[in-house]
Each structure stands twice: as structure tokens, then as C-alpha cells.
Design a protein around this ligand. Structure first.
Ligand SMILES: Nc1ncnc2c1ncn2[C@@H]1O[C@H](COP(=O)(O)OP(=O)(O)OP(=O)(O)O)[C@@H](O)[C@H]1O
Length: 245
């Protein structure tokens, strides 16, 4: 779905500068990728690059392949040509993004917030009540975001990101504001999406223990270091590792 070779993003503010270097990264349908590292090492930067909201400074290869059609798009060329509309179309059609801050619209109730991703991409939303119940927010559907706890808002943001059936779900610290048990449930739900629907899921977390139980759930696990501080862990259902070897 994604292929990145030697992708770099330089960020500077005042006297300090930072560069994220991604030597090589492939993301396939049905994979769950955990991006793990300390604060400030570039996790959100990587996610924003994959979400096509942040322009890479340079890249050898930055391709997105539409999973249903196999149509391959040179995202780097779209950035270079200033084709923001085409990038926005790819985002709307194929991606769901769970922002670290939740990013819910304050003037829409929870149900309408969840339905939003489907509305803007012209698709039927999945069964909202069922999705809400799986995430433990079914009693919140008629409430406004301001009347929710931070953890509830984060779960609504997850529901919204997956309600239009995207091929790729990107989640920035989706378990940051919930307790350990709920965090494990959220990871489980995201893994289920990958396993049952072939969705690729990329989760940013600084909490490695939340990712490791997936191994016991039949996921193979490969960790590759992007830098001394940032690792990308590819959790692929075991049968896929076997098929690939
Ligand atoms: N808009 C920006 N302009 C300039 N530098 C930035 C910008 N956003 C982030 N940075 C810098 O880029 C580096 C990586 O930031 P990033 O947010 O990707 O890290 P992170 O690993 O997600 O951190 P955290 O876990 O704290 O969210 C940091 O040094 C940060 O200060």
C-alpha cells in the first residue's frame, strides 16, 4: 500500500533543527505497524508524512498503491507538482486519521462526528451503533464532544476514523488518555480491523507493552530501527509471514 525509500523530512524552528530519515518502509494491507519511540523522536512527523499532510523534504520513492484497484500513485510527484487536490482526494478516500488531540467538531453530536468521514468520502457509514458499542461509547451517541471525557473523545475519534472503511488507519497515541485495560481493548480493536478487514493500521505509541500482547494473538513481530530512538514494529498476522517466506 505504501512504499518509502530514503524519505527525509527536515524541520527547523529557531535554533533547533530536526531531520527524520526513513531508509525504507513498506506497508501492506492487513498489517499493524507500531511506531514506538521517546517524545520528540519523530513519530508524529512520520505519521503526518504517511497521512499525506506533510510534504517530505526529499525522497527516492514515496508511492501509495490503492488496495482495491492496484493503481499506484507517486505521492512525491503530487507534492512536487502542487497537486493538493489529488492528495486530499487520496486522504479522504483511503485514510482515517486519529489525531492525538481527538479533533472532533464541537458543534456536531457524537453520532454525526462519527458519520462525518463517510459523508465527506461519499460512502455509507458502517453500523454506527455497533461500532460505538465495540468501543464502549454507545451511551455517548447523542452527546456533544464538550460533554465527554478525554478518553471518550479519543474513542469517538477512532470510530470516526474507521467508519468509512478506509484502507489505511493512522492513529497518533490513541491510548494516551485511557486506562490500561481500555488501552489494551483499543489496540485489540485496531488489530481486529487489520486482521478481519485487511485494513493497514499504523499506531504511534511510546508504550511498547501495549503492542507486545499482539504477538500472543497470532501476530508475528519484526522490529526495525529507523534511528537510535525510533523503531517501527511491523505486526503481521502469522499466516502472512508464512506466505511471504
Ligand atoms: N511544526 C514544526 N516545526 C518545526 N519543528 C517541529 C514541528 N513539529 C515538530 N517539530 C520538531 O520535530 C521533532 C519531532 O517531532 P514529533 O512531533 O514528530 O515527535 P514525536 O516523537 O511525535 O513526539 P511526541 O511523542 O512528544 O508527540 C521534534 O524535535 C519537534 O520539536
Amino acid at each position: 500500500m505504501f512504499r518509502l525509500e530514503d524519505v527525509r523530512k527536515h524541520r527547523a524552528q529557531g535554533d533547533s533543527a530536526f531531520e527524520l530519515q526513513v531508509p525504507s518502509l513498506e506497508i501492506h494491507p492487513g498489517e499493524m505497524i507500531a511506531v514506538v519511540g521517546e517524545s520528540g523522536c519523530g513519530k508524529s512527523t512520520l505519521l503526518d508524512l504517511l497521512a499525506l499532510v506533510l510534504r517530505p523534504t526529499s525522497s527516492q520513492v514515496f508511492r501509495f498503491t490503492e488496495p482495491n484497484t492496484g493503481h499506484s500513485v507517486d505521492a512525491a510527484a503530487l507534492w512536487a507538482g502542487g497537486h493538493e487536490d489529488a492528495l486530499a482526494h487520496l486522504r479522504r478516500a483511503h485514510m482515517g486519521y486519529v489525531l492525538q488531540t481527538g479533533g472532533l467538531l464541537p458543534f456536531l453530536d457524537v453520532r454525526r462526528n462519527i458519520e462525518l468521514s463517510a459523508r465527506v468520502s461519499g460512502r455509507e457509514p458502517v453500523a454506527v451503533s455497533e461500532l460505538a458499542s465495540q468501543l464502549g461509547i454507545d451511551n455517548c451517541l447523542d452527546r456533544m464532544p464538550a460533554a465527554l471525557s478525554i478518553g471518550q473523545r479519543q474513542r469517538v475519534a477512532i470510530a470516526r476514523a474507521v467508519a468509512h472503511g478506509p484502507a489505511l488507519v493512522l492513529a497518533d497515541e490513541p491510548t494516551a488518555a485511557v486506562d490500561k485495560a481500555r488501552g489494551a481493548q483499543i489496540m485489540e480493536r485496531l488489530a481486529m480491523l487489520a486482521r478481519q478487514q485487511g485494513t493497514a493500521v499504523v499506531v504511534v505509541t511510546h508504550d511498547r507493552p501495549l503492542v507486545e500482547p499482539l504477538v500472543a494473538r497470532g501476530y508475528g513481530f519484526a522490529v526495525s530501527a529507523i534511528s537510535d530512538e525510533l523503531t517501527v514494529s511491523v505486526c503481521r498476522p502469522l499466516e502472512r509471514w508464512k506466505a511471504a517466506s
